[in-house]
Design a protein around this ligand. Sequence first.
Ligand SMILES: NC(=O)c1ccc[n+]([C@@H]2O[C@H](COP(=O)([O-])OP(=O)(O)OC[C@H]3O[C@@H](n4cnc5c(N)ncnc54)[C@H](OP(=O)(O)O)[C@@H]3O)[C@@H](O)[C@H]2O)c1
Length: 430
Amino acid sequence: MNNTINIAVVGLGQVGIYLLNELNTKKKAIEHKTGKKIKVVAVSARNINKKRKFKIDKKIFFKNPLEIFKKKKVDILFEAIGLSDGISKKVVETALKKKINVITPNKALISKHGNNLAKIAEKNNINLEFEASVAGGIPILRSIKEGLATNKISKIYGILNGTSNYILSEMEDSNKNFADVLKKAQKLGYAEPSNPKLDLNGFDAFAKIRILSALSFNSKISKHKCLMEGIEKIELKDIIIASQLNLRIKLLGISELKNNQLFETVHPCLVSKKSYIGNVNGVMNAVILEGKPVGESILQGEGAGPGPTSSALLSDLLSILRGNIKKPFGVSVSKLKTLMNYNVNNYINSLYLRFEVKDQPGVLSQITNRLAKYKISIKRIIQTPDKKNNKATIIIITHKTSELNCNNCLSIFKSNKNVLKTPTLIRLLS
Ligand SMILES: NC(=O)c1ccc[n+]([C@@H]2O[C@H](COP(=O)([O-])OP(=O)(O)OC[C@H]3O[C@@H](n4cnc5c(N)ncnc54)[C@H](OP(=O)(O)O)[C@@H]3O)[C@@H](O)[C@H]2O)c1
């Protein structure tokens, strides 16, 4: 690598424009730390005239990022468009094939095409870095690849979506319902204004879990269909009842090896208010890792936003500038294992069940009899009547049961006239 490193930034949205400003203002510090001068030689976005948070040099603007490869010599390219396919994939693939190092915060792209892209990077002996794709500013990927490199990791889990965590925390603090808090999150820039769905339905956390699994278990990014639930069905009522039980609801991403099979899931979990994870609130992310010989390690920090994301992108940049050629997934793609999928039917948890029912004699026994039939034993029942509307809320906390058993048991309530809506199910963290 020459002493002056040419950089392209593709995508000038929330992340790209902040990053560009960081690159411009931290040039000296970067040179001081790495001995390399950096020069931004190309930037790309859809609209040259769009008002942006920081000024851009229109002389180096490209509407079509693929033109950059024809007109400029680039050493390192940042991809910050964010699609799982399309132009994002094309730009990254083209760069890697042309022996240009790539840094990206794009979890959608990496969780879908990471292994193939890593293969190209390895073949060309260049870097593909994606620290910013998981848990924002928390250096979790680097910790797994380097600091914890020789550990045998058995489980990795945590709060991986700041938007969901903010909404759940804010519902509890403000006593406001999901829709109102979502609006506030959108106003504050914590949730996407037009389409917050991918944050709320668990998909965003799931993409991150897939990347974490691959690095933790030295395995190929899995393509298995998995249990994925978001927070959209959580009501204020659940948050209040959980709080009365000294519990909190958190959206957790979980990945673990069970009998050498891969189990990945994202779903809301009830956790103790006294637990570490129960006290990671607001937009914070936290990742807990269990490994041997290290034991339990916890990393916490801001999981999103252009600041933390740029911090991770710059750490990737410095790693490359220091001449660190690394396998994107820690070991060669050809050595990554293909893990069998653990059968979700065997997933075992205690459950929180909320039934909204007609306030009539015999309804509670219909529910408890059904649970008894499936040998689901009850730890606790709370029944709250709503006399005015002739309704009642029944909360049942169960002892542990399997996913299959629970699904079979609950299926009947979809067509029970006394049960007014599909029961809400939240798993307790085991
Ligand atoms: N935002 C965060 O806090 C955060 C945190 C962690 C990771 N990430 C990841 O960072 C990436 C970028 O996110 P973001 O929030 O910055 O997205 P964004 O605000 O939507 O920005 C996307 C950028 O891509 C540009 N773009 C779209 N299509 C293009 C095309 N065909 N050619 C050239 N440029 C194109 C847009 O151009 P115009 O501006 O002209 O429309 C815009 O500048 C995503 O992968 C995201 O998952 C974001």
